[in-house]
Design a protein around this ligand. Structure first.
Ligand SMILES: [Fe+2]
Length: 652
């Protein structure tokens, strides 16, 4: 259905809003459908009853039973009274009354729980208010049913002494409704508990229930399934992200318990490697609150921007708060542009938190990477703050690399649809970034603050409002552009921005990283995503072609591919090689038959994998090789000569 109505395809709504709309529309639709079925069945019953009465020679038309007894609001108590009377005065029993009642009550269930839909997706009203509204509707309904039953009691007994009849039969009715109220009060409380703070995440095996690739959880179920992630004491996560100049600066990011408002860091060159006087520097964190998580996920987010570092050097880092050193780690800066040292990038995307994810991550350790370059759809939280735990498991997964290598391996991220919580090429423009996320944007600063007046780079952590979804990073003499496939930022704006950066870096190696591929191997998905493909082709490909981009890292489609070197969509020995397509830990292929009818692919394989890209400035070559989770090479290395991809810098 969504294919026919583009407005429902995630272009205007976030995934949370989309699910919310489905629910608030779905409940009234289910309610109306149930009422309609009930009415139709009731009508059929009456018709059948009339025809049976006409066939019956004893039918006199003044029996106790009349059509009102088939009203959908008949309670079991009243049915028992009716049965009693019918035994005294036998007559045809209308079929389907329990079914009529079932559908009628189902209609009321959906109608009365409509306010609860707001609480399920944490929209507009808190859960307690939703419960009061739901429960009030339910109580009104119960009062109405009780009143109707009593009215029918009078009619059914046809007693001259109504008071006496009422006195004899009203007690079971009151008792029945008291039990019903108690039952539904407990049921309603449990229902609200069970469905509040709903999270729909994908590709993770920690929290369930799991249906296919989707994992469902609520505040209630997570309470029993998840631990407290950031208890008081040492940090729960420490990781590095990169600003523009990776040789002299780095973001160190720390998650702690929420009681630590500001923390400190001490850093110094590793004095075991450098025979110089110790020069310990320190700074306080730029800290942010994280909101929207469960109690078990509460934390404070701290960032440090370390700059003026020595390129290609090892630093000792100490995280200090509460009067003591809480955590020690090591960070190695990346080489500067004049360094001949090789740089190893490990690249992949579409990760999740599955066994395959963990196996592939573990396999990357053997490459001893300088940087991890991850192309979106990382934790699969779908932009929902309730799915905060997916980032905890994602970070824990990467921490196994840091622990094994004894240093913080910095990570460069690009934004995917499951990180932003909205589809590519959305019509909403940039979404708001708040304490509630999306956590991709709040957890991972990846560019410096810009001076509002001169637009010059400031060595400071950007605020949430200042964060951009596209940025660049200099690694050795390689320029890596991290682009956004239209989740937060316009494609043309990014093309113009790339050109403004490129004019000073034409003699560098150029690589692009983004989520949605330009080259698809699945016809159905290519048709579905033609808008972003066409836009990226139109806005970005000329920039890649004109400036001799060496590699483009693509993701999103969950298979391994490498194209021939391409320029203007055709083979060119000095063109860009597009590698991807994001299957680190994901496992479905969307029932799509892969094809190579355009002939641009060197290889397409369905396999969990990562790419190792070795930039050897000394040898003057860049190699790219895909590996599976057992570190078996899936293709021979793709080799490109650096001098064939560099251009003359423009002289000013
Ligand atoms: Fe994706």
């Amino acid at each position: 259905m969504c294919e026919w109505f583009p407005i429902l395809r995630g272009k205007y709504f976030t995934y949370t809003e989309y699910l919310f709309i489905l629910t608030i529309v779905g409940f009234p639709v289910f309610s109306a459908t149930s009422f309609s079925i009930s009415k139709i069945l009731n009508f059929l019953n009456r018709k059948k009853d009339r025809s049976l009465r006409l066939q019956s020679p004893e039918s006199s038309g003044d029996e106790y039973y009349d059509s009102r007894t088939q009203d959908e609001t008949i309670s079991p108590t009243f049915r028992s009274i009716s049965s009693e009377k019918q035994m005294l005065n036998p007559k045809p029993q209308p079929a389907g009354t329990p079914t009529v009642n079932f559908f009628n009550e189902l209609g009321w269930f959906f109608a009365s729980h409509w306010p609860g839909c707001f609480a399920v997706w944490s929209f507009l009203i808190p859960v307690w208010f939703a419960f009061i509204l739901d429960y009030s509707i339910f109580l009104l309904r119960i009062r109405y049913r009780k009143k109707m039953d009593k009215l029918r009691l009078y009619t059914a007994l046809q007693s001259k002494d109504k008071t006496e009849a009422y006195g004899r039969k009203v007690k079971p009715i009151n008792s029945f409704y008291t039990k019903l109220t108690i039952f539904f009060t407990i049921f309603d409380i449990l229902l609200h508990l069970l469905f509040t703070g709903f999270c729909v995440s994908s590709y993770q095996d920690y929290v369930g229930p799991i249906f296919g690739t989707a994992s469902l959880s609520s505040t209630f179920t997570r309470y029993f399934q998840l631990p407290e992630f950031c208890p008081p004491g040492p940090p729960c996560h420490v990781y590095a992200t990169l600003p523009e100049d990776t040789a002299t600066s780095v973001f160190i990011n720390v998650h702690t318990n929420e009681k630590y408002n500001v923390i400190g860091i001490e850093y110094e060159l590793d004095h075991s490697s450098y025979e110089s006087e110790r020069d310990v520097k320190s700074q306080n964190s730029t800290s942010f609150k994280v909101a929207g998580t469960d109690r078990n996920g509460r934390r404070k987010l701290h960032h440090f921007y370390l700059d003026n570092l020595v390129p290609d050097s090892t630093y000792q880092l100490r995280i200090v708060y509460d009067g003591i050193v809480q955590h020690r780690t090591v960070y190695k800066t990346l080489p500067g542009q004049d360094s001949p040292r090789d740089v190893i990038l490990v690249q992949g995307g579409d990760m999740g938190n599955t066994k395959a994810t963990r196996d592939v991550t573990k396999a990357t350790i053997a490459m001893n990477p300088d940087v991890l370059v991850l192309g979106g759809d990382l934790a699969y939280d779908n932009g929902m703050c309730e799915c905060y735990f997916t980032w905890d498991y994602f970070l824990k997964d990467l921490e196994q690399v840091n622990e094994a290598l004894g240093r913080l391996v910095p990570v460069i991220y690009s934004l995917g649809n499951h990180d932003a919580g909205i589809d590519e090429m959305n019509r909403r423009g940039g979404l708001e970034i708040t304490e509630k996320g999306p956590f991709y944007m709040t957890y991972f600063p990846q560019h410096s603050r810009l001076s509002s007046r001169t637009k010059a780079i400031l060595p400071e952590v950007p605020t949430f409002e200042e964060r951009k979804s596209y940025h660049y990073h200099k690694i050795g003499k390689m320029l890596l552009f991290t682009l956004d496939s239209g989740y937060y930022s316009d494609l043309k704006e990014q093309a113009l921005w790339m050109e403004s950066i490129l004019k000073d870096h034409l003699s560098w190696i150029k690589i692009a990283l983004y989520h949605c591929p330009i080259y698809y191997a699945c016809r159905d998905i290519a048709v579905k995503n033609h808008e972003v493909i066409d836009a990226q082709r139109k806005e970005w490909m000329p920039v890649f072609d004109d400036n001799k981009f060496m590699l483009a890292f693509e993701n999103h489609e969950h298979y391994m591919k490498r194209t021939l070197s391409l320029r203007n969509d055709k083979y060119d020995s000095l063109g860009t090689v597009y590698i991807g397509n994001g299957q680190w830990g994901t496992y479905d292929h969307k029932n799509c038959k892969l094809y190579n009818e355009t002939g641009v692919y060197e290889s397409i394989q369905e396999v969990n994998h990562y790419w190792a890209v070795n930039i050897s400035f000394n040898a003057g070559v860049v190699t790219n090789t895909p590996y599976d989770q057992d570190n078996k090479a899936l293709l021979p290395p793709g080799i490109q000569r650096i001098d064939q991809y560099t251009m003359e810098d423009i002289k000013y």
